[in-house]
Design a protein around this ligand. Structure first.
Ligand code: PMP
Length: 388
């Protein structure tokens, strides 16, 4: 017999933490069709607007025509197809590493890497605001997990100094933090990892395609060659507008993961169309820097506009702009008000963010027009009047 789920669900409702989904009847663009209405989207990871790009769709359709809809086996058995191989080459070329590996999702890549590289005798140092997939990877690995306060290098140094007896040390950080939109202090983390003989893993799910002169991500933004980052992870499902989880690094790392990573070995390989779409996205990111410039233009316009209205954007430095509200029910009420006004801006509540830090997580797209931004800022001015 099932336990009393109804009362558990009621508790979530009482705490304003019950979550539902909205069904979208159109492609992922700045404007969505939902319940017969045209809604302006400000909470998608489609930062460069590539998810519905004709060239990506064509590449995906061609891959389906040639290779079908599924890999129908894990990569090691018979699921590793030409699109996987080509994408691995393209990824390593794009990011500047020796090699790369395709996982089905970013979540699985994080689980798969951490559990393959560290175990009971090892220690992981993880930023307090790292993504849930990294947290779960740490837990599953059974390594000792030492959580350092967000971006606090001095604290991390102290932790590393007292952990020399462990077999392996692994420092893990998001590049752009997914709920806060600030950047990791990557140069300092790199120095610390070298000084303390620790591996450094960068989850750049939100940095790829957005940061750096060529869109290579957080390491490029800081002028750090990718070869200096031991384990570079990214996702196809944000700026690249596609799907999949990717690890880049040296040949030995990638071969070890192919042999040891359960999340690579015991699941069906990514479908060929997702490989082809990601591949095409990397070509576009390399060739069209104007998309990135437009994104940064929009980021500046939106953050300045919101700050002028008096909103607290926390420490955002990027396309992810948290608008701090604090109280859960107020966050839900504002999100609903915005939706009624035709703007989709999701309210993020605990446990995704710490208690008392509920927020609207705004994400900017290169394809937002000036008039979209005006519409947002006008409605946010009314939010200011009504709710503060
Ligand atoms: N890392 C970070 C920082 C993320 O934000 C996400 C997705 N929200 C992931 C990993 C997981 O990637 P995917 O969506 O490809 O599973």
């Amino acid at each position: 017999m099932l336990p009393d789920f109804a009362s558990e669900l009621q508790n979530l409702r009482d705490q304003n933490r019950y979550r539902t989904v909205r069904t979208i009847d159109s492609a992922q663009e700045t404007h969505l069709q939902i319940d017969g209405r045209n809604i302006l989207l400000f909470c998608s990871n489609n930062y460069l607007g590539l998810a519905n790009h004709p060239a990506l769709k064509e590449a995906a359709c061609e891959a389906i025509k040639t290779y079908g809809c599924s890999a129908v086996a894990s990569a090691l058995i018979s699921g590793y197809m030409r699109p996987h191989r080509d994408l691995e080459h393209r990824l390593s070329q794009f990011l500047g590493t020796e090699s790369a590996l395709v996982f089905p999702t970013g979540y699985m890549a994080n689980l798969g890497v951490i559990t393959a590289l560290v175990g009971r005798e090892d220690i992981v140092f993880s930023d307090a605001l790292n993504h849930r997939s990294l947290i779960d990877g740490c837990r599953l690995s059974r390594a000792t997990v030492s959580i350092y306060p967000h971006a606090n290098i001095d604290h991390l140094r102290g932790l590393l100094q007292s952990a020399s007896h462990h077999r392996r040390r692994l420092i893990i950080t998001d590049g752009i933090f997914s709920m806060d939109g600030d950047m990791a202090p990557l140069p300092d983390l790199l120095t610390l990892s070298n000084e303390h003989n620790a591996m450094l893993m960068l989850d750049d799910a939100h940095g790829t395609g957005v940061l750096g002169p060529n869109g290579q991500g957080t390491h490029e933004h800081f002028g750090i060659p990718a070869s200096h980052i031991d384990i570079l992870m990214t996702s196809g499902s944000k700026a690249l507008g596609a799907y999949g989880g990717y690890i880049a690094g040296n040949h030995d790392l990638i071969s070890l993961l192919r042999n040891r990573s359960a999340a690579y070995i015991y699941t069906t390989a990514l479908p060929p169309d997702a490989c082809a779409a990601t591949h095409k996205a990397l070509d576009i990111v390399s060739q069209q820097s104007d998309l990135r410039q437009k994104l940064w233009h929009n980021i500046r316009a939106i953050s300045t506009g919101l700050q002028n209205l008096g909103f607290d954007l926390m420490k955002s430095q990027t396309q992810i702009i948290p608008i701090h509200i604090g109280d859960d029910s107020k966050t839900v009420a504002i999100s609903q008000y915005l939706y009624d006004q035709g703007i989709y801006l999701y309210g993020i509540r605990p446990p995704t963010v710490p208690e008392g830090q509920s927020r609207l997580r705004l994400s900017v797209m290169a394809t937002h027009t000036n008039s979209d931004i005006d519409q947002l800022l006008n409605i946010m001015a009314t939010v200011r009047e009504k709710f503060f």
